[in-house]
Design a protein around this ligand. Structure first.
Ligand code: 13P
Length: 250
C-alpha cells in the first residue's frame, strides 16, 4: 500500500509573514492526516514556515533546486542549502518552470539527481500541453518526460521519488482532468517506471495528480488506483480547502 501524499505548491504567493500565518492555520486542521502533508512556499518564506511547523506533521518543500552543489549561479539554490535548514521535498520541472524559465527534460534530470544527492525528495512534474493532448501524443509526451527525468537514477533512489502528473491545460484553469483521464495517464507513467525499473519500483512509487484539484473534486480523484496524492496550487492557499483535500487522502 502506497501512503498518499498531498503537497501544496504555493507558487509565487504569500509574503513571509502571510506564509507563517497560513501554515499556522493549517496545523490543527491536518493534524490527523492519514497521508503525508507537504507545503512548498517560496524560498524566502521557507525558514519561517519551518519554524512554524515544528512539532507538527507538516513537511516543507522548495519549488526548485539547482543541479550544482555551489558556484557562480546567481539566483539559484543548492540542494545542500535546502537540506541543512530542514527542507524534505523539492518540486522539479513544474510546467511553469518549463514554460517561463527554459526548464527542459534534461535540466529536470540534472536537478532530480542533485536533489537525491542532497537527500531531498524530488517531486518531479510531468504533463502534456493542450496541443499535445489534441494531437493524441499525451502518452508519448509523459513517457518521454519520465524516461529522461529518471536517466542515471538507481532503482533504490527512484522508488522514493514522487511524480506529479499535471496536465498543463488543467493548471489554474478550473479545468480538471476527469478522474478517469487522470488515472489513465498516471497508469501510463507507472507503466513507464515499470519498463525502466520493474514491477517493484512501479508499485512503490507515488504519483500525484495536479491541476485544479480542489475540496470538491479531490475525493473522486484520490479514490483512483493510480493516483497517490495531489499537488495543489490555488486550493492550497486556503487552509480550510487544503485540509478538506488532505482529509480525502485516506
Ligand atoms: P492549480 O491547483 O492552481 O490548478 O495548480 C496546480 C499546480 O500547478 C500545482 O503545482
Amino acid at each position: 500500500m502506497r501512503k498518499k501524499i498531498i503537497a501544496g505548491n504555493w507558487k509565487m504567493n504569500k509574503t513571509p509573514s502571510e506564509a507563517k500565518a497560513l501554515v499556522a492555520e493549517m496545523i490543527d486542521k491536518v493534524a490527523n492526516a492519514a497521508c503525508d502533508v507537504v507545503v512548498c512556499p517560496t524560498a524566502i518564506c521557507i525558514p519561517g514556515v519551518l519554524d512554524a511547523v515544528q512539532g507538527s506533521n507538516i513537511k516543507v518543500g522548495a519549488q526548485n533546486v539547482h543541479f550544482k552543489e555551489s558556484g557562480a549561479y546567481t539566483g539559484e539554490l543548492a540542494g545542500n542549502m535546502l537540506k541543512e535548514i530542514g527542507v524534505d521535498y523539492v518540486i522539479i520541472g513544474h510546467s511553469e518552470r518549463r514554460q517561463y524559465f527554459g526548464e527542459t527534460d534534461e535540466t529536470v534530470n540534472l536537478r532530480t539527481k542533485a536533489a537525491i544527492a542532497a537527500g531531498v525528495t524530488p517531486i518531479v512534474c510531468v504533463g502534456e500541453s493542450l496541443l499535445e493532448r489534441e494531437q493524441g501524443i499525451t502518452a508519448e509526451t509523459v513517457c518521454r518526460q519520465t524516461k529522461v527525468a529518471f536517466l542515471e537514477i538507481s532503482a533504490d533512489d527512484a522508488k522514493n521519488v514522487v511524480i506529479a502528473y499535471e496536465p498543463v491545460w488543467a493548471i489554474g484553469t478550473g479545468k480538471t482532468a476527469t478522474a478517469d483521464q487522470a488515472d489513465e495517464v498516471c497508469g501510463i507513467i507507472r507503466d513507464t517506471i515499470k519498463d525502466l525499473y520493474g514491477a517493484e519500483v512501479a508499485d512503490a512509487i507515488r504519483i500525484q495528480y495536479g491541476g485544479s484539484m480542489n475540496a470538491a473534486n479531490a475525493e473522486e480523484l484520490l479514490a483512483k488506483p493510480n493516483i497517490d496524492g495531489g499537488l495543489i496550487g490555488g486550493a492550497s492557499l486556503k487552509a480550510e480547502d487544503f485540509s478538506v483535500i488532505v482529509a480525502a487522502a485516506k
